[in-house]
Design a binder for this molecule. Structure first.
Ligand code: HEM
Length: 389
C-alpha cells in the first residue's frame, strides 16, 4: 500500500489518467488522497471494481456522513432517488421502473429517436456550414428524447430544453445552474401532479398506477434527466470527435455499416465517461482481493481504468470495433447498473449512422489538440466541438 497523489492529469485525451493506470499495474487497491479531503480507496482492476459495485455493503447512500460523492452532484440530487439508495428501498423502486427500459420497450422508440435526430440535423444543416456540435446536436437529442420519455407536452419542450441545457452546460455559472435545476424540479413535480389528476399512456402515469409516490416520481424524473442527458451528449461528442480525428475508424463504419453497434460498444468502453458512478462508502469491514476495507472508508471503483485492464481486454488502449466486449463497465455493474443503457446505445447508434450518412464532408474546425476536454468530472466529455461541413 502506498500513498499516491492520485493525479487526474491525462497524457492525452484518449487515455485515463496515467496515475490511475500506474496504480492498476503496481498497487491496484490503494489508499489515496481524495479531492474533497481525506483519503479514498482507489480500486482499479476490472475484477475488483466488479466486486465493489456488486456488493451493496459498499453504499450508494449519499446522505451518509463520509460518502465521497462530490458536493455539486449531491446538492443536485437532493430529492432522494434511485442512484443514491441502498436496498431494500432501491430494489423496490428499481423493480417498479425496470419494465420501462427493456430492450423491447426501448427498441420501440427507435423510429421516434430517428425522427428527433433527423430534425435536429435538419436544423443544424440549415444554420450554415459550421457549428458547435455540442450545442447543435449532442445536447438537444438526449434532451428531447428524455422529454418525450417523461411525456413532456410539445409546447413545453423549449422551456424544458433551455433549463436542462442551462443546468448541464459546464460554462453556466453555478447560480444559473441551480436556478435551472429548481425550475426543472418544479416543472417535473407539476407534470407528475397533472398525471395524477389525469393519467395518460406515459411513464409517469404508469409509475403512479404502480404505486410510486409523487415525490419519488419527481426524484426519478429528475434523475432520468441528469443521468441520461449530459452522459449521452458527452458520448455523442466524444464518438464524433474520435471518428473525425481517426479517418481509418470512420472508413470502417462507411465500409461496413453493421459494425456500428460494435463500434458504439467499443467507444463506450474506451471512454467510460461516468466517473461518479464508482463512488461508494464501506458500511462494514469488507475484503476485496485480500485487502480489508474498513467500515466507514470511502471507496472509488474506477470503471474507466478497469475498462483498460489488459487481463480482460487484450491490447486495451487500442480502439477495436471488432472487439465484441460486452463485459465492460461503462454503465457500471451490479444493482445500480445503468437503467438507461439500452436507450443510450440506441441514441448513439442512430446519431452516428445519421451523421455518417448525411454529413460526408464533416470535419473538425479546429485541430484535435485544441479541443477542450472535461477532465475534472463528474463525466468525461468535451466542452465544445467546432465542426464544419
Ligand atoms: C452513454 C450514456 C450513459 C452512461 C455512460 C451512463 C452511465 C451510468 C452509470 C455508470 C451508472 C451507474 C451509477 C452507479 O453505480 O452509481 C448509471 C446509472 C443510471 N443511469 Fe445511466 N448512463 C448513460 C445514459 C443513461 C440514460 C440515457 C438514462 C435514462 C434516460 C440513464 C439512467 C440511469 C439511471 C436511472 C441510473 C441509476 C440506476 C440505479 O441506481 O439503479 N442513463 N448510468
Amino acid at each position: 500500500m502506498t500513498t499516491a497523489t492520485f493525479s487526474t492529469q491525462r497524457v492525452d485525451p484518449y487515455s485515463p489518467p496515467a496515475e490511475h493506470l500506474r496504480l492498476q499495474q503496481e498497487d491496484p487497491i490503494s489508499r489515496v488522497p481524495w479531492r474533497t479531503g481525506g483519503d479514498i480507496w482507489a480500486i482499479t482492476r476490472h475484477a475488483d471494481v466488479r466486486t465493489v459495485l456488486g456488493d451493496t455493503r459498499f453504499s450508494s447512500d449519499r446522505s451518509l456522513p463520509g460518502h465521497p460523492t462530490n458536493a455539486g452532484y449531491t446538492s443536485a440530487a437532493h430529492l432522494k432517488n434511485l442512484i443514491e439508495m441502498d436496498p431494500p428501498d432501491h430494489t423496490q423502486q428499481r423493480v417498479r421502473v425496470m419494465g420501462e427500459f427493456t430492450v423491447k420497450k426501448i427498441g420501440a422508440m427507435r423510429p421516434r429517436v430517428q425522427e428527433i435526430v433527423e430534425e435536429t440535423l435538419d436544423e443544424m444543416l440549415a444554420s450554415g456550414n459550421s457549428a458547435d456540435l455540442v450545442t447543435a446536436l449532442s445536447l438537444p437529442v438526449p434532451s428531447v428524447v428524455i422529454a418525450e420519455l417523461l411525456g413532456v407536452p410539445l409546447e413545453d419542450h423549449s422551456v424544458f430544453q433551455e433549463n436542462s441545457a442551462k443546468f448541464t452546460e459546464a460554462d453556466s455559472p453555478m447560480e444559473a445552474r441551480m436556478e435551472a435545476m429548481d425550475a426543472l424540479k418544479t416543472y417535473i413535480a407539476g407534470l407528475v401532479a397533472a398525471r395524477a389528476d389525469q393519467p395518460g399512456d406515459d411513464l409517469l402515469s404508469r409509475q403512479l398506477a404502480a404505486g410510486a409516490s409523487p415525490e419519488e416520481l419527481t426524484g426519478l424524473g429528475f434523475l432520468l434527466l441528469i443521468a441520461g442527458h449530459e452522459t449521452t451528449a458527452n458520448m455523442i461528442s466524444l464518438s464524433i470527435a474520435t471518428l473525425l480525428d481517426r479517418p481509418d475508424l470512420l472508413q470502417q463504419l462507411r465500409d461496413d455499416p453493421p459494425l456500428l453497434p460494435g463500434a458504439v460498444e467499443e467507444l463506450l468502453r474506451y471512454f467510460t465517461i461516468a466517473e461518479v458512478g464508482g463512488l461508494r462508502l464501506a458500511t462494514a469491514d469488507i475484503e476485496v482481493a485480500g485487502v480489508t476495507i474498513p467500515a466507514g472508508d470511502a471507496v472509488f471503483a474506477l470503471a474507466n481504468t478497469a475498462n483498460r485492464d489488459p487481463e480482460v481486454f487484450p491490447d486495451p488502449h487500442t480502439i477495436d470495433f471488432h472487439r465484441g466486449a460486452r463485459n465492460h463497465l461503462a454503465f457500471g455493474f451490479g444493482p445500480h447498473q445503468c437503467l438507461g443503457q439500452n436507450l443510450a446505445r440506441l441514441e448513439l447508434e442512430v446519431v452516428l449512422e445519421a451523421v455518417i450518412r448525411r454529413l460526408p464532408t464533416l470535419r473538425l474546425a479546429v485541430p484535435f489538440e485544441e479541443i477542450s476536454f472535461k477532465e475534472f468530472g463528474p463525466n468525461y466529455g468535451v466542452y465544445s466541438l467546432p465542426v464544419e461541413w
